[in-house]
Design a protein around this ligand. Sequence first.
Ligand code: 13P
Ligand code: SF4
Length: 311
Amino acid sequence: MNIKEKIRNMCREKNAIIMAHYYTDGEIQDIADFVGDSLALAQKAAETDADIIVMCGVHFMGETCKILCPGKKVLIPEPEATCSLAESCPADKFAEFVKAHPQHTVISYVNTTAATKAVTDVVVTSSNARQIVESFPHDTPIIFGPDKNLGSYINSITGRNMLLWDGACHVHERFSVEKIMQLKALHPDAKILVHPECKGPVVKIADKVGSTAALLKFSINDDATEFIVATESGILHEMQKSCPHKIFIPAPPNDSTCACNECSYMKMITMQKLYNCLLNETPEIVVDVNVVEKAVLPIKKMLEISAKLGL
Ligand code: 13P
Ligand code: SF4
């Protein structure tokens, strides 16, 4: 039996489900029971009846699962797979910022630690940020953290003036207009797909701005046959699988000669680590019960609003 068959067997024996984010390696996505963007992964975690959830993604995604399913065992193949965006927002500093701005509703991107979620009113992902922000009256004072790029994009499309935390994703900040336009010159008919974690000037040249799931859907439904993709290159796996006849070109980072822009944290998840993790049922995600009690509220609020809006 090869390692993939052994993994699938263990899943059956242990009633375990493997969930993977679109940024993980293609072979990890292929062995998973469920692949999705941050919102879909949280929605799936909330409804699964598996006893064990293995999160093939980064640490905050495992924490979100654990917070939603405190009675289940949540495993992560590599506990060091963190996220530069979540790390750009230490919970104690964010709590001080919140305290300094009373009367503000606190909206946090899902890319945050559980402790930061614990001082948040409602969580959002890039799939539902616009709709959730717009569910509050226009004059509501709002703190939005930690991604300043997503926050300014939402400000620009909603006409709001949310107070932004100064955080960013090191992967998405590496895309540049210059490199993307060089590719566009070589592929003039290609449509440009951009994740809203990218900087404002990159977002401005996009034909479509959206979460990983939204970009994937657009690439499937749009008539174009070529796409320049400015988000982590793992998403190209599902895009190419869904549309084998279309051409997907990864946008390169501005500061290197690599063709692809990869999240080194997501790429820490390997087949061998997944195997070991299922076999030994470790490393396990642990979240302090007091933190779970507080952090579950804004996550559930996000899921409720999303369900009401059909997202
Ligand atoms: P989405 O999956 O919500 O598009 O988020 C991208 C991301 O950076 C996940 O870490
Ligand atoms: Fe975090 Fe950026 Fe990696 Fe997403 S791509 S997990 S935001 S570091």
